[in-house]
Design a protein around this ligand. Structure first.
Ligand code: TRP
Length: 804
């Protein structure tokens, strides 16, 4: 996967496990190896999380408007993944929720378990957001030597203690996996979807599973991950899958959430953010992790004041010196003194803590004093919890565990989701085409599809995402201009749009995307990528030039579909696009220039006809001839374009047309004065310019992938009077000029000459006229007819078929 979260950690866990004396942290074990304490900086590197730095703390304080919690200030919550995003959401008053959990491995929780919950409660108080607490009885059943019933019972007992920490029933949902998975189809669906996204190999790498592990373990991480997706709790979030989640927990849980973040975008969900604490040290010393399975290492929430006192006095590792004298002289070591360490967790007063540190390190205070301080603080905290716990009945627990809506302001004051949802909007869609496929870009992000259905005739698209109008339901439907091929269809999800690559059933250019010509306000041509696809009717696609290029296209197509995923190919694509863009811009300029020139000729001709009527020819020639010469000269480039493959043209007809005009212009008319004022030549000017005045704008529109129905209609209708008239006028021009051509003999080559060939232009032109009338003319007309039938006749028929 391209997703970076797990990259730098791949393989790290299992490697560390096999290397005995190296610090090893997984969700199920934490040892420092040969070191005295955990190296959290190394852990950050190893896991690839982000340290909590001064800047983040400042941002936190600015956005919450409160001093950061002492566990943040003292770097207990020392690392995170995209915590910034949550702060940004809070700043923008966008909803999110909190998620934390506990694997119930003992009847009573210990201080180490208390920390994340205390902190979570603090976060909930500050942010006022829903909280879900997962009790993983399934996890403990799979990992420990426990029956399901025992694990579940512990979960319920733990729930009582958790509730006693002070969570608000109106804002908190607590569940045990065993119960809730059985109740919630939504939750199970997410578990399954996540499981399908992760293969055994990845799971082994991240979690260090061994071949001897039971297979339940392998599947479990998906359960812990599913809780981080808001649509697992439809009764709280109304089925919204897009609500972000913040998970405060100890850093050993990171592997779970690394995987969760990896799969989230693939399922169309938000990546959860995490906020990681260091471990709460065991009584025996800073290198240990408080563990419920070693009673002497832990202070339990069920311990009596006396037990607390005894455990601390007896077992709490001291950073003091062996004798009082030595201690007074050298001072104590706060970095290893467990009492001091615990005080950093539980003594909120910064000044008091600083004083203790100073006095202890100077040797003024003995460990005994620190222990006394700690004992009284802990006795109070634990007694409060115990007092509250006494009031927590099974009913209260059940109430917390009941799937139910929670009271949340954001549900009502934020953009009313269900309201806007009823109004389905069109997303902005852009399209472009190549001969063999079309590309559709749908501008929605964080999209969760309801339905994407592509058949060979149409695409249906609907779902929820962030589009031009913010988060909403977006939908559209396009009936394609022609059949597409669904099999090799591809969909790519990018940051802010989704792209469909849809192969056309036949390799050809489409004049528009949709079956019906009506313009859709939400559908646009992708200017930046549209490629030039000429479908000029005179340029028969069946000719050899075109089919050769089609063949190349075919090969390219194969290559492309094979290599499509590769970056390299994308770069080629971009290059190609760039090239095509330059060509396209050039062709647009070229066509525009000729359009202007012919428009000028057209207008002047019309004006002359109106003003001088039958005398028009006398005045027309001098006004238009230079423009006409230049225009016809430039038109030579059209042949070059076809040869270069820039326009998909039929070489023969392009050459015929141009050579025909040059003969008329440069051989017949210009050199012979009697032709200048011929009404037939006036007619030639009229027909030529009229044809071009329609043809060039039609090309330009095609280049821009715009479909203006009137232009297409004109293009394929106007030729019916103009082509025959044009040709007739050309022939008449020749005919009427023949006497002068014959007399002047400007182009004749009389015998005797060096080559021993005679040439008589007037005779040649007579033959030419006959060939044009009998062959070229009908050929051109037949082609125009065929193309027009395709463009206008067929489309109409197709349109009607669809309607029925
Ligand atoms: N796996 C955790 C444990 O063994 C329990 C857990 C589930 C959890 N979801 C969580 C812990 C979310 C922290 C945050 O304790």
């Amino acid at each position: 996967m391209a997703e970076g979260d797990s990259n730098n950690t791949n393989g790290s866990v299992d490697r560390e496990i096999t290397e005995g004396n190296v610090q090893n942290v997984t969700p199920w074990t934490a040892t420092t190896g040969s070191e005295a304490t955990f190296d959290y900086q190394r852990l950050i590197k190893q896991f690839g999380t982000t340290p909590v730095d001064e800047e983040l703390i400042k941002k936190y304080e600015r956005i919450t408007g409160k001093k950061a919690h002492h566990l943040i200030r003292r770097n207990v919550f020392f690392s995170h993944r995209s915590l910034d995003d949550i702060l940004d959401l809070y700043e923008k008053k966008q909803p999110f929720y909190l998620y934390t959990g506990r694997g119930p491995s003992s009847e009573s929780m210990h201080l180490g378990h208390l920390i994340p919950f205390m902190f979570t409660k603090h976060l909930q108080d500050i942010f006022d957001v829903p909280l879900v607490i997962q009790l993983t009885d399934d996890e403990k059943f799979l990992w420990r030597d426990l029956t399901l019933e025992e694990a579940h019972h512990m979960a319920i007992e733990n729930a009582k203690e958790i509730i006693s920490i002070g969570f608000d029933i109106n804002k908190t949902f607590i569940f045990t996996d065993l119960n809730y998975i059985a109740q919630s189809r939504e939750f199970l669906s997410n578990v399954l979807k996540i499981q399908k996204c992760v293969n055994l190999n990845q799971a082994k790498k991240v979690f260090g599973f061994e071949d001897t592990d039971n297979i339940g373990k392998v599947g479990y991480p998906a359960v812990q991950a599913a809780t981080a997706f808001s649509n697992s709790f439809p009764f709280i979030f109304g089925g919204r899958p897009d609500i972000s989640c913040l998970i405060p927990c100890a850093i050993d849980q990171d592997p779970f959430f690394r995987v969760t973040r990896d799969v989230a975008p693939r399922l169309g969900y938000q990546k959860p953010s995490t906020f990681y604490s260091s471990f709460f040290p065991g009584l025996e010393g800073p290198g240990s992790k408080m563990s419920a399975s070693i009673p002497t290492s832990s202070i339990f929430l069920s311990d009596s004041p006396k037990t607390i006192k005894d455990k601390i006095n007896k077992h709490a590792f001291s950073g003091g010196k062996d004798t009082i004298e030595e201690h007074r002289k050298l001072g104590g070591d706060t970095t290893v003194d467990i009492s001091y360490q615990y005080l950093t967790f539980f003594l909120e007063d910064d000044e008091a803590l600083a004083k203790i540190k100073k006095d202890y390190e100077s040797g003024e205070l003995l460990t005994g004093y620190l222990k006394k301080e700690l004992i009284s603080i802990l006795q109070k905290i634990i007694k409060d919890i115990q007092d509250r716990k006494a009031t927590i009945t099974d009913e209260v627990v059940q109430e917390f565990m009941k799937p139910r809506p929670l009271n949340f302001k954001f549900m009502s004051t934020n953009i009313n989701y269900t309201h806007t949802m009823t109004e389905v909007l069109f997303p902005s869609v852009k399209w472009c085409q190549k001969l063999h496929f079309i590309a559709l870009s749908v501008y929605v992000s964080e999209f969760i599809p309801d339905n994407i259905n592509i058949t060979k005739l149409y695409i249906q698209f609907s779902g929820t995402g962030i589009g031009a109008a913010g988060r909403n339901k977006y939908a559209f439907e396009i009936h394609f201009f022609k059949d597409i091929e669904t099999e090799r269809m591809r969909m790519f999800t990018y940051e802010n749009y989704i792209e469909f690559r849809i192969p056309k059933a036949e390799v050809e250019s489409w004049p528009r995307l949709t079956l019906k010509p009506e313009k859709l306000h939400w559908l646009q041509t992708d200017w930046s990528r549209a490629t030039f696809e000429d479908s000029d009717p005179e340029n028969d696609p069946e000719n050899s030039e075109a089919s050769m290029r089609d063949e190349q296209d075919d090969q390219l197509k194969k290559l492309m579909s094979d290599l499509y995923k590769d970056k390299e190919n994308e770069i080629d694509e971009m290059k190609e696009n760039l090239e095509q863009n330059t060509t396209k811009t050039y062709l647009i300029c070229f066509n525009s220039l000729l359009w202007c020139m012919f428009s000028y000729i057209f207008v002047v001709t019309l004006r002359m006809l109106f003003v001088y009527q039958s005398e028009a020819g006398l005045h027309l020639y001098s006004s238009v001839i230079s423009t006409l010469m230049i225009a016809e000269g430039i038109q030579f480039m059209e042949i070059i374009h076809v040869l270069l493959g820039w326009s998909k043209g039929d070489l023969t007809s392009t050459v015929f047309q141009n050579v025909g005009r040059w003969i008329i212009l440069f051989i017949v008319v210009i050199p012979h004065e009697s032709a200048h004022s011929l009404p037939a030549f006036t007619m030639v000017c009229f027909c030529w310019s009229a044809i071009e005045v329609i043809r060039f704008p039609y090309y330009i529109l095609q280049l821009l992938n715009l479909d203006v129905e009137m232009m297409t209609w004109l293009r394929y209708t106007a030729w019916i009077p103009l082509y025959p008239t044009g040709m007739l006028s050309e022939m008449l021009t020749i005919l009427f000029t023949l006497p002068e051509i014959h007399k002047e003999g400007k182009f004749d080559l009389p015998l005797p000459n060096n080559f021993n060939i005679s040439f008589n232009m007037s005779l040649a032109l007579q033959y030419y006229a006959i060939i044009v009338t009998l062959i070229f003319g009908p050929y051109m007309l037949y082609h125009m007819y065929k193309q027009s039938y395709k463009k206008l006749g067929l489309n109409k028929k197709k349109g009607k078929e669809k309607e029925n």
